[in-house]
Design a protein around this ligand. Sequence first.
Ligand SMILES: [Mn+2]
Length: 382
Amino acid sequence: MRILHTSDWHFGKKLEGMKRIEEQEKFINNLKDIVQGEEPDLILIAGDIFDTPNPSAEAETLFFESLKKISLNGKVGIIIIPGNHDNGERLAAVKSLVKDIGVIIYKRPYEIKKLGKYGNMEILESYEGGILLNIKKEKIFLYSLPYPSETALNETFEEGKYSERIGEILREGIKNNKTNIPTVIMGHLFVTKEDKDIELGGSMAVKVRDLPDVDYIALGHIHKPMKFNSKRACYSGSPIEYRSTENSFLKKVFIVDIKGNLNTNIKEIILENYKPIREYISNSIEEAIEVSEKLKFRDEWIYLTIKTNTHLKSSEIRKIKENKNIVEIIPILLGEKSYNEEIDYSEINIKEAFLEFYKSKDGISPSKEVLNLFEKLVGDDK
Ligand SMILES: [Mn+2]
């Protein structure tokens, strides 16, 4: 059986307030082409479909369109679990409508799915979190674990025992596969090679060694593609660079051929970069204005650092921001730090005190305009 594994779509996510919906649409078209070319039997989406529990109508519309597109109008089955960013109940609200086109959506851990046909797939047996699936006369046992928070699992984790506990839940869950049918697990988890107990954004870590040995583990949560070969466990990562720190690695989806008896072949497919995040540095405000003008028609998000010895005027900021792709201007003030801690402000006049105080903040002297304005405000106090 051939599986396509993806996760962390984060539909509706923005970059410093800028919408990414166009890139998210481009990803779905890219993914549809991959599905057509690779012909998977099943698509697994391992959580964080949306960026927030209350996604915008625009993000939801894109999600519904995506199901239709990447399933090739119901030909390829899709199974989805919620991540920590999703509201499982809301994500699964559409389930009865999408059942006939072969989409199964979990709303919470331990959910028992109804037996029967789901488009071209059929659930032959159903347990807490586990299903025995028949797709085109091939069978797999799939155990799904949506983001396992204490609330979702309705239990309190014992200090230092989280990783072991998750391992136990997974082992218990796959026990219902009593035959030699290949087993696949899908989970929204923070898995790490580290042996220490660590946390990521409030999620406790599951150690690789605590994962069970199955044919494949499709993971979601971490945005960088990763493989834990000893357990055939992978993070597909997010399809889009969601932060500037994500521009150092390629975005991927995985094509996984499950042959049984732990004989699994994992292939990585590199996604297009629909709109890269780039960082530029200018050595003056004039240069920054020139750079932003030059980059205007380039399809990239821009963080622009400006080394300057004066503060940016609002007119200069406006000029730079004529380039709609500038997400942030980061000024670095290059004054000599001449702040004198010893100064006794009672000994000097108010204009001198203002100059010293201004310099103490940014290490540069105020412009003529600022100084004139200050004098006008306080009157002529010599
Ligand atoms: Mn997540």
